[in-house]
Design a protein around this ligand. Structure first.
Ligand SMILES: Nc1ncnc2c1ncn2[C@@H]1O[C@H](COP(=O)(O)OP(=O)(O)OP(=O)(O)O)[C@@H](O)[C@H]1O
Length: 336
C-alpha cells in the first residue's frame, strides 16, 4: 500500500495534511456492523450472491448501509483484501456504487456499501418488483445512459482502469430516485481464483452465461470488450423485459440477440418493446437502444463499439446518427 496516500485519515504518506480531507471510506469494526445489522439477522438479509450474503443495516448516525459478508476468506489473503478494497473505495462516480469501507477481523471479511432502496434492475424486470411496472420509459432511458457512463468511466478514467468483468442486470442497482448505480466491479481481482465456493473469474457458476461474450467463455478471461458485449445484453433486457436467454423447450435455449435481430430486420419494434410499458415509449429512442445493444453484443469483439462510443451513440439524438446506426452491416439482412 505504500504507493497510496491515506484517504482514510486524509493525510499523504509524507504525513502532511492534504487540502481535501473529506474521508471517502473507513474501516468498520465487526462490533459496529453487528449492531447495524442486528447481528446479521435473517430479516436484514437483502439477498445472496456468489461471494456471500448482503445485509441491510443502519449506522448510529441513521445512515443506511448494505453489508456484503464474504464467504470464507483465508487470512493469507488479508493484505490483498485491504489493498483491493481500498482501490475500489477510491473509485468514485455518481453512477458507481460507493464503497463506504470494510471490516477484516479474524476470519470475517465484510464490505460496506451505500444502501440502494430500489434494489437491482433485475428485481424490476424479472423479480419481486416486476409486476409493479415502476420502470417507465424515461427511467429506462436514464438507466441505459448512466450505467453506460459508469462502465465507460471504469474503462477510460478510473485509476487504475478497471474491467468490470460481471456486467449484468443484477449488478445495476437503483437508488431512491431510480438512478443507476453499477456495482460488483473489480471482484474478479478481489476473490482468489480458488476461493472455496467462489467461482472462477468468468465461469461464475454459470449464472452469468447469457451475458458472457463468446471469447470470454472460450478464454476464461475478462476484457473491456467482454464488458461491452455484456452491456449490450443488459440494454436489450432493459427495453424488452426479457431475460438474456429464454428456454424454447427442454433442450433449446435462445439468446436475446437471436430473438431481437430478426424483428429488427422486419422493423417490428412494437413487438420488441416490453409489453408492460403499454405502448408508452419513444420510438426513436427504443430503436436507438436496440441497435446499440445489438452492436455491442456482436460475436466478433473487433466489431463492437467501445464504452465511450456506446455513451455517445445512446446520447446522440440526431437523425444523421440514426442513419449511421441503421447503415451498420449488422442490420443488413442480405449481408448476413
Ligand atoms: N448496496 C445495495 N443496496 C441494496 N441492495 C443490495 C446492495 N448490494 C446488493 N444488494 C442486493 O443483495 C443481493 C445480493 O447481492 P450480490 O451482489 O451479493 O449478488 P448478485 O449481484 O445478485 O450476484 P453475484 O454476486 O453472484 O453477481 C442482490 O439481490 C442485490 O439486489
Amino acid at each position: 500500500m505504500q504507493f497510496f496516500s491515506c484517504l482514510c485519515c486524509g493525510k499523504g504518506f509524507d504525513g502532511k495534511k492534504k487540502v481535501k480531507s473529506e474521508p471517502s471510506w473507513r474501516i468498520f469494526s465487526l462490533k459496529e456492523l453487528h449492531a447495524a445489522t442486528n447481528s446479521f439477522n435473517y430479516d436484514n438479509k437483502l439477498g445472496e450472491g456468489r461471494f456471500g450474503s448482503v445485509y441491510w443495516g443502519q449506522l448510529w448516525d441513521g445512515s443506511q448501509i448494505a453489508v456484503k459478508r464474504l464467504k470464507v476468506w483465508s487470512s493469507r489473503e488479508e493484505i490483498d483484501f485491504a489493498v483491493e478494497v481500498e482501490i475500489l473505495a477510491r473509485i468514485r462516480h455518481k453512477n458507481l456504487l460507493s464503497v463506504r469501507g470494510y471490516c477484516a477481523e479474524g476470519q470475517e471479511r465484510l464490505i460496506v456499501y451505500e444502501y440502494m432502496s430500489n434494489l437491482s434492475l433485475v428485481s424490476h424486470l424479472h423479480g419481486q418488483h416486476s409486476s409493479e411496472s415502476l420502470l417507465d420509459w424515461t427511467r429506462r432511458m436514464n438507466i441505459a445512459v448512466t450505467s453506460a457512463q459508469a462502465i465507460a468511466y471504469l474503462h477510460f478514467h478510473a485509476t487504475p482502469r478497471i474491467v468490470h468483468g460481471d456486467v449484468r442486470a443484477s449488478n445495476v442497482l437503483l437508488d431512491s430516485e431510480f438512478e443507476a448505480r453499477v456495482t460488483d466491479f473489480g471482484y474478479g481481482k478481489l476473490m482468489p481464483d480458488n476461493a472455496e465456493n467462489g467461482a472462477n473469474k468468468t465461469t461464475k457458476g454459470n449464472s452469468n452465461l447469457g451475458y458472457l461474450s463468446p471469447e470470454c467463455i472460450e478464454s476464461g478471461k475478462e476484457s473491456d470488450m467482454g464488458d461491452v458485449y455484456s452491456f449490450g445484453v443488459v440494454l436489450l433486457e432493459l427495453v424488452t423485459g426479457k431475460r438474456p436467454t429464454e428456454k424454447l423447450n427442454q433442450t433449446t435455449k435462445q439468446g436475446i440477440t437471436e430473438w431481437v435481430l430478426p424483428l429488427v430486420y422486419d422493423k417490428k419494434f412494437g413487438e420488441i418493446v416490453d409489453q408492460r410499458l403499454n405502448g408508452k415509449y419513444v420510438e426513436e429512442e427504443l430503436k436507438r437502444v436496440v441497435l446499440v445493444g445489438l452492436m455491442c453484443a456482436q460475436t466478433e469483439p473487433e466489431k463492437r463499439p467501445t464504452m465511450s462510443e456506446v455513451v455517445e451513440m445512446l446520447m446522440n439524438e440526431s437523425k444523421e446518427k440514426m442513419t449511421q446506426l441503421e447503415a451498420n452491416p449488422l442490420f443488413n439482412k442480405t449481408i448476413e
